[in-house]
Design a protein around this ligand. Structure first.
Ligand code: FAD
Ligand code: UQ1
Length: 418
């Protein structure tokens, strides 16, 4: 039986950066990463892959190249957690023991919960999704082939990662229809299970202006329940009245329902009712097992699930878990920071940043609610570089530090408390 000071479950955004942070502190042989996938994806760029602006290749690195050299990579899935005995069981039958554990398993895509969706994604070139590596490259050809009819973009009736992504691709598609000279023949529909376009008022107001200006029809409280690709139909349920409504599509971009991974959900000792690893919202420590922490999409922290949130959470866990390992008090608090670069066209982006309370927490001393070229450039070119070079190596804890420094620099010498 192998044993480690720290076991990290998942080698995605949260897992890889956490392993790097603790390898710096603990050195060789102390940290294990349990991760089944050969490849690591930079998922935030998939919006631009779907929009025909970046290539899929730019979003892919091999896992062995991104995981820190000092860690042991156990190439398997965790199938069972036994937190009472500080042990996990892997798909290849190993029992791994830990002193401390960080869980970053991300979210599971549940395409199979929509009858006909998987079949349509496999067989109908006009049914696409930016959310999975095996379908994201279908999106741009489908946009190019759309000449008339309904182009439908969906948002499911579950929490999802990057809650802005289902509409970002719609804006890129709508722009493309205009460039192709087919915009007057295509109806662009955003069918969302939510009752608002975005959860934070400031940005929702700006996005409403965008959809109005561009004649995009938003249908609220519509949940996709079936895809009939033989008839080119998408069936939605009206979540208020229960009525079913069928739309024909010439293109359908679907965002699947999501959940915490099954292997995590099954461990009732660790998760909340919704199946996410229950953490203290401030410290990100498990509410039940003090030697367990969780970062990212699979934890219960009530904020919007993004890589930007993972960066901030990673800094908090590095401080708190580091303190715990050394018998010191945990002093760092997570404020719920998250960010969503809402791309509204090729070259324009509203950079939403906010906290647990849905209050804007903007980094730059300009109104980020405006559609800006600078924020687009940040999203498309600067952040990917930062991700590979600073975040995955454990050196990026989010922009909180810059935000505070910029505020201080601007405040005529008098130090304000925020
Ligand atoms: P992931 O990075 O998904 O990693 C989870 C890892 O856990 C995976 O490698 C998986 O193989 C592994 N795993 C799963 N099950 C097991 C198991 N049983 N045992 C061991 N390992 C397991 N974020 C932003 O900040 N900005 C954006 O603009 C943005 N845009 C996005 C656009 C799209 C289309 C998508 C899909 C995502 C976007 N995101 C964006 C969200 C961002 O990618 C995620 O929030 C982030 O990757 C979450 O990190 P994570 O470590 O929690 O999960
Ligand atoms: C961020 O830190 C981050 O993680 C690397 C993202 O994921 C790609 C983001 O999209 C954003 C916006 C941030 C926040 C960074 C800055 C500089 C505002």
């Amino acid at each position: 039986q192998r044993s480690y000071k720290l076991v990290v479950v998942g080698g995605g955004t949260g897992g890889c950066s956490t392993a790097a942070r603790f390898c710096h502190q603990l050195g060789k042989g102390k940290v294990a990463v349990i991760e089944p996938s050969e490849t690591h994806y930079y998922q935030p760029l998939w919006t631009l892959v779907g929009g025909g602006i970046k290539t899929f290749k730019e979003t892919v690195r091999s896992m062995k190249d991104v995981l820190p050299k000092e860690c042991d990579w156990i190439k398997a899935k965790v199938t069972n957690f036994d937190p009472d005995n500080n042990t996990v069981v892997t798909s290849d039958g190993q029992k791994i023991k830990y002193d401390f554990m960080v869980v970053s398993m991300g979210m599971q895509l549940n395409f199979d919960q929509i009858p006909g969706a998987l079949e349509a994604l496999k067989n109908d070139p006009q049914v696409v999704s930016n959310y999975a590596p095996w379908t994201v490259e279908k999106t741009f050809p489908a946009i190019r082939n759309t000449r008339d009819g309904n182009a439908i973009f969906t948002f499911p009736n579950t929490p999802i990662k990057c809650a802005g992504a289902p509409q970002k691709i719609m804006y890129l598609a709508e722009e493309h229809f205009r460039k192709n000279g087919v915009r007057d023949k295509v109806t662009v529909l955003y069918n969302t299970a939510l009752g608002v376009i975005f959860g934070v008022k400031k940005y929702a107001e700006r996005l409403m202006k965008v959809v109005e200006k561009r004649h995009i029809k938003v249908n609220y409280r519509r949940n996709l329940i079936e895809v009939k690709s033989n008839k080119k139909e998408a069936v939605f349920e009206n979540l208020d009245t229960g009525e079913k409504e069928t739309f024909t599509y010439s293109m359908l971009h679907l965002t699947p329902p999501m959940s915490a991974p099954d292997e995590l959900r099954q461990c009732k000792k660790l998760v909340n009712e919704a199946g996410y690893l229950e953490v203290n919202n401030d410290t990100l420590q498990s509410t039940r097992y003090p030697n367990i922490f969780s970062i990212g999409d699979c934890n219960s922290a009530p904020t919007s699930k993004t890589a930007a949130a993972v960066a901030s959470q990673g800094g908090v866990v590095m401080k708190n878990l580091g303190a715990l390992m050394n018998g010191k008090p945990m002093l760092k608090r997570y404020d719920g920071y998250t960010s969503c670069p809402l791309i509204t066209s090729r070259g324009r982006c509203i950079l939403a940043e906010f906290d647990y309370n849905g209050n804007p927490l903007e980094t730059f001393p300009i109104d980020q609610g405006k559609e800006r070229w600078s924020m687009y450039h940040l999203k498309a070119d600067v952040l990917p570089f930062m991700y590979w070079n600073a975040m995955l190596t454990g050196h990026w804890n989010g922009p909180g530090f810059f935000r505070k420094a910029i505020r201080l620099g601007l405040s005529d010498g008098s130090i304000k408390k925020s």
